[in-house]
Every structure is written in C-alpha cells, then in structure tokens.
Ligand binder design. Structure first.
Ligand code: SF4
Length: 225
C-alpha cells in the first residue's frame, strides 16, 4: 500500500499536534510536481535547465544525508536530471534559488529558525526528510526534560568529565527548551518518513516528483532503525 506524503497524512495516521492548514497557503502545493516537470529537464536534460535541488541539516545526525548518498550509482542518473545547490555534496553554504529543498533535522535553536526560513524562501518545494524534520525525532526526546538539567547532565555530571563547563559563549545560538518539527516554522510541501528514509524511498520519491507525479512510498520502502 502506498503511503501519501502530503502534510495531512503522516505515517501511522498519528494526528499532527498542530496540523498545517488544509487549504490555501499552508496546504500541499497542488501541482508542485507538475511545475517541476515543466521547469525541468527530464526529457531534454541537455537543452533545458536542470532542476535545482538543495539540502540542509538542522538538529539531526546527518543519517538522512548518508541515506541520500546511499543511492550509490543511481546518484549519477540523478545528476543527469538535477544539479545540487547548497548541500554537503557541493559544500555551497548559502542556498540560491532552487526547485526542491530537502531538510533534515528539527528546530532546536534560534540559528535553525534563521537557516530554515532563509532556505524556505529560496525553494519552490520544501521536503521534510526523516523523523527529526517531521516530528522532532530523536533530539525531541529531551522535550520532557528541563533544559538546564539537560545541560548540567551533559556538561557537568556526565561520567568521565573533569572540570566541565556549560558553554556560554555569546556567539552560540540560543537553544530552545523544546525541539520542534519544521512545519511549526515554515510551510512544508512533502513529508518523507523514515529514520532515515531508505535510499530506495529517497530515490523513488525524487524520481516521482521530478516526473511530475505525486510521490508516495510503499510499506516496504519505509525504514525506521
Ligand atoms: S531522522 Fe534519523 S537518520 Fe535522519 S537525522 Fe534524524 S535521527 Fe538521523
């Protein structure tokens, strides 16, 4: 059975704590995938501009990016269709105008909010990739613990620490007391579930999207470690 990746149907049917709007600005971008087909290069990759993809990582572990790289040799096929803007593959730090933006990780500090809003501004279609971006994921396990207690445990009391100190450099981004899913900060067009999503699921998702079809993943492609 295929799982819809629209914002209104998260895997497992669990209701969103703060569901995005059903219509209008916050709803899934209707026709987003056909816009991509029109804008891009599926059939004429050497004549029309390639579809531009960017990725960024917020509060995550980079496992989702590793899964993207796990597409292995199909990455070469993908590069026939797309070019990467900001991503660990290119080491470009600031996102330019893009067709598809893929976000790994949730929002745990003020810098994440800044990066995410800038990223959203530059991307026509935004994809939340993986459990951390969709729900807060593993980093959100600290949401039930007082932030100060958390800091003390990690920086002062953790076994093996000597002379620990809670970082207090004013240059450090302001941490939030909770880790948030990205849809609480920006509009999200698609959710790609998994921890991490399997390479197969990412490949399937991207090729469907680039072909102008509404992407979905089957049960076999869902992957949670
Ligand atoms: S969803 Fe899983 S693999 Fe992806 S960043 Fe979060 S913890 Fe890592």
């Amino acid at each position: 059975m295929a799982v819809s990746l629209s914002p209104n149907s998260l895997p497992g049917g669990s209701p969103l704590p703060n569901p995005p709007p059903q219509a209008g600005e916050g709803a899934m971008v209707k026709g987003a995938c056909s816009d991509l087909r029109d804008a891009g290069s599926l059939c004429e990759s050497h004549i029309r501009p390639k579809i531009r993809i960017a990725t960024c990582s917020l509060a995550g572990c980079f496992g989702c990016h590793m899964s993207l790289l796990d597409i292995d040799e199909k990455l070469l096929d993908l590069l026939e269709l797309v070019e990467f803007n900001r991503s660990p593959l290119t080491d470009i730090k600031h996102c330019g105008p893009c067709d598809v933006g893929i976000v790994e990780g949730g929002v745990c500090n003020a810098e994440n909010v800044h990066v995410l809003k800038e990223f959203r501004k530059h991307c026509k279609v935004l994809v939340a990739m993986g459990a951390c971006a969709i729900t807060g994921g593993l980093p959100a396990m600290r949401n039930n613990i007082d932030l100060w207690d958390c800091f003390q445990e990690v920086y002062l009391y953790e076994g093996g620490l000597e002379g620990g100190q809670i970082p207090n450099d004013p240059e450090l981004p302001l941490p939030f007391d909770k880790v948030h899913p990205i849809y609480e900060v920006v509009k999200v067009d698609y959710f790609l579930p998994g921890c991490p999503p399997s390479a197969d699921a990412i490949w399937h998702f991207l090729t469907e999207l680039l072909a102008g079809r509404e992407p979905g993943v089957t049960g076999k492609q869902l992957h949670f470690d």
